[in-house]
Design a protein around this ligand. Structure first.
Ligand SMILES: [Ca+2]
Length: 287
């Protein structure tokens, strides 16, 4: 009798773990299907967005640097936002005074700004010569950070997280202003999102909104803003960053969202190259 009871208990345990593991497997497969579908639809949306860039500016459904365009494809609702990387502040090339404005806007105190910029510049410059408040390999070693200073230009904004003293909180506040792909000393205001224009205009919302409206009405023609003249730069070839979120009506999960950075290559097939694609959470959304 005892033996039979034990067998029942063991069989029940086995059945329980079988149910558990097959449920986990189902969930994993379900998630894989969800993300593959999201990626495929986002890929289609990216091609659609690139096509838009070849259309005259006043006929585009997607406005660069302004608002969300909605597109429907295969039953999915897709939101597309596009800004120019050239409308952001380049971590490698931007003037120190412009990076200093970004740090200020991100809440870094005046006394800490110079130190932060010294550490960033030491991280990306090729030498081991430490700036007054900077940090090179020995400083990283002291903090047990094996990788040390990169001693090469930033390839991704995410690398800023490896800079000595960077906190997740500060990184999150800085990152939305930054790019590693613009290759310009300043900002191209025609491609800049609202929050970057606000930085240039020192918070003057009226001036920024007036400029955005003027920019939209100019049908692609150059419009000079009334602010930030010392930080403007329109010489670099345009690089675009898009955020695409895909939601399907029968899907209870939050939308699949990704960000990608591309440059146009007219005459090629496909007519663009992609610098990066990454999935992002909805709170990474730019305005
Ligand atoms: Ca260095």
């Amino acid at each position: 009798m005892m033996i039979v009871l034990w067998m029942i208990v063991i069989l029940m345990l086995m059945a329980g773990s079988l149910v558990f593991s097959s449920r986990t497997q189902m969930q994993m497969m379900d998630y894989a299907r969800f993300s593959v579908k999201g990626r495929a639809l986002a890929e289609a949306a990216a091609h659609f967005a690139v096509m838009q860039l070849f259309v005259p500016a006043d006929e585009r459904l997607i406005k660069i640097g302004g608002g969300t365009a909605q597109w429907e494809y295969e039953g999915a609702k897709i939101d597309i936002r596009m800004i120019g990387e050239n409308g952001l502040v380049d971590l490698n090339r931007a003037d120190r005074s412009l990076l200093s404005e970004v740090a200020k806007k991100a809440g870094v105190s005046d006394k800490d700004i110079e130190a932060l910029l010294d550490v960033i510049e030491d991280f990306r410059d090729s030498d081991d010569l430490k700036r007054i408040n900077g940090a090179e390999d020995p400083d990283y070693e002291r903090e047990n950070i094996e990788a040390g200073a990169k001693d090469a230009p930033f390839e991704r904004v995410e690398e800023l997280q490896q800079v000595l003293g960077m906190t997740p909180d500060l990184y999150a506040r800085l990152a939305r202003y930054l790019t590693a792909n613009s290759n310009a000393r300043g900002i191209n205001p025609m491609m800049a999102p609202r929050h970057v224009l606000l930085l240039l205009a020192k918070g003057d919302e009226r001036a920024v909104d007036a400029y955005i409206q003027e920019r939209e009405e100019a049908k692609g023609g150059w419009v000079q803003p009334s602010f930030g003249a010392e930080f403007l730069d329109q010489l670099a070839a345009p690089v675009y960053r898009m955020q695409i979120s895909v939601s399907t009506p029968d899907e209870p999960r939050p939308a699949y969202m990704e960000e990608r950075s591309i440059r146009l290559l007219p005459g090629r097939n496909p007519p663009f190259i992609t610098y990066y694609v990454k999935t992002v959470s909805p709170d990474a959304r730019f305005e």
